[in-house]
Design a protein around this ligand. Structure first.
Ligand code: NDP
Length: 420
């Protein structure tokens, strides 16, 4: 964890102006992308899409359904099932406890959706009111972020995040002032990171699949829709299965909980990551089995790289003396931790990001090449991950100093070998 003083000196994300613009532009981007996707011809030439009336964007019932969804996930999180583990030490040396029950929450959600469908309640309500759901989630995330900021003003100094403590209201509101806000043992950030976001994403995808079948009078979903749904389901199940790994990510250890993560978790993931499935409902794309097989191979190669790299680093961080890792080379650092320099982590500095980008491409390809819109995810994700890599590099340089420089010399490429 960041041992530096809790005061933020170097501002990221374009500083005050950059974060202010993001607070305004991110919600607008979500709405524009969804409106574009609803257009019959969503080509760039048709940008900007016609704006709907203000009234049609809001429905209190939809907001109610959204709240039920959020609190149902909160209830699942509270269930005393699954092991309790400790996070990495905070600035004051204390370790917070986290309950690992995301996969149970996923199974319970699947059962709830099953019951819902059994009673012939229609999940494509979500599709029919998709924009209103997005608006509800935006409103909720803004109100929630205001709550998070206000409560952070009363938080003890040692609970503040070193990245979101600049003293500037806008900047700290965006990046998150308090590191791990909790109500009792309920960890708000940890809860939002995987449950309403990732589980929400697969529920949205399923709703799109059912909407496609209904609208086009199909007995079975299209092959493209099946691919998009199954690839993303695999990704989400993988994240929930390895839930514990999130405790060592930047999101939990460094970034505070503010607008950036609240909006990211509650709006961006469920409504933008599902854009391909939403696109396919209105713009079906038939693909051959040959093309499908090539896309499946691409997705599985990305997944293989992503999983092997993440598992290797996690195992090494858990127990560097693990006999199964005896073949790996590493550079010792002054902190006592070492940096892997062979196998996956000697290939590029972020092999896990490389796998993630390959998967992102495989999620867009089933949508064909008629429009760029379904490629939004892979383009955005590549830029996001390049920025994340740079942020992580700066933090590693702070943590490991010269040892990090040596690592960068030995492993010159950041994400894509011989290119970047
Ligand atoms: P990483 O899991 O790559 O974690 C980076 C940390 O790993 C560094 O800070 C350092 O921490 C440690 N590390 C770096 N290099 C080495 C090395 N050579 N040997 C040992 N340890 C090393 O990054 P993230 O937390 O960003 O991402 C985790 C996963 O989540 C990735 O697979 C990523 O693709 C995915 N992700 C997906 C997102 C999405 O929107 N789909 C969003 C964000 C992430 P330390 O030394 O302190 O252990």
């Amino acid at each position: 964890i960041d041992k530096a003083s809790a005061q933020t000196k170097e501002l990221e994300f374009g500083g005050r102006i950059g974060t202010f613009c993001m607070i305004v532009f991110l919600p607008a981007t979500v709405l524009y992308l969804l409106l574009m996707c609803k257009q019959e011809d969503p080509s760039i030439m048709n940008f900007p899409p016609p704006l709907p009336s203000f009234d049609s964007l809001w429905e209190t019932r939809v907001f109610g359904v959204w709240l039920v969804w959020f609190f149902l996930q909160a209830l699942f999180y509270l269930l005393p099932v699954g092991k309790v583990v400790e996070g990495i030490p905070l600035l004051n040396g204390r370790k917070l406890q986290y309950r690992i029950n995301g996969f149970y929450a996923f199974a319970l959600t699947a059962a709830a959706v099953g019951i819902f469908l059994y009673f012939e309640l229609e999940l494509h309500y979500l599709y029919d009111h998709f924009l209103q759901f997005a608006v509800s989630a935006i409103v909720f995330s803004v109100v929630f972020s205001i709550y998070l900021y206000i409560r952070s003003l009363k938080a003890p100094e040692e609970n503040l995040s070193s990245g979101g403590n600049s003293g500037n209201f806008i900047y700290d509101f965006f990046t998150g002032h308090e590191l791990n806000p909790r109500i009792g043992t309920f960890d708000l950030k940890y809860f939002c990171e995987l449950r309403p976001s990732l589980i929400g994403w697969v529920v949205v995808n399923l709703a799109m699949l059912l909407a496609e079948m209904k609208i086009h009078n199909q007995n079975v979903p299209s092959l493209s829709m099946i691919l998009v749904n199954s690839f993303q389901l695999l990704y989400v199940m993988d994240a929930l299965w390895h839930e514990e790994a999130i405790l060592t990510t930047m999101d939990i250890t460094h970034d505070g909980f503010g607008f950036m993560l609240a909006f990211g978790d509650l709006v961006w993931v469920p409504f933008i990551f599902s854009l391909q499935a939403f696109y396919l409902v209105g713009h079906p794309n038939e693909i051959s089995w040959l093309a499908a097989s090539a896309i499946i191979i691409l997705n599985m190669s990305g997944y293989y790289i992503f999983r092997c790299a993440n598992s290797q680093k996690n195992a090494f961080r858990k127990n560097p003396k693990d006999p199964r890792l005896a073949h790996l080379k590493f550079i010792p650092t002054a902190t006592g931790k070492s940096l892997l320099v062979s196998d996956w982590w000697g290939f590029v500095r972020h092999p896990n990001y490389l796998g993630d980008i390959i998967m992102a491409l495989a999620w867009s390809l089933p949508c064909g090449f008629n429009h760029i819109l379904p490629y939004f995810y892979v383009i955005y994700f590549t830029l996001f991950i390049i920025h994340r890599e740079a942020r992580d590099g700066r933090q590693c340089k702070k943590k490991y100093g010269l040892a990090w420089d040596r690592y960068c010399q030995r492993v010159p490429y950041r994400i894509i070998p011989y290119i970047y």
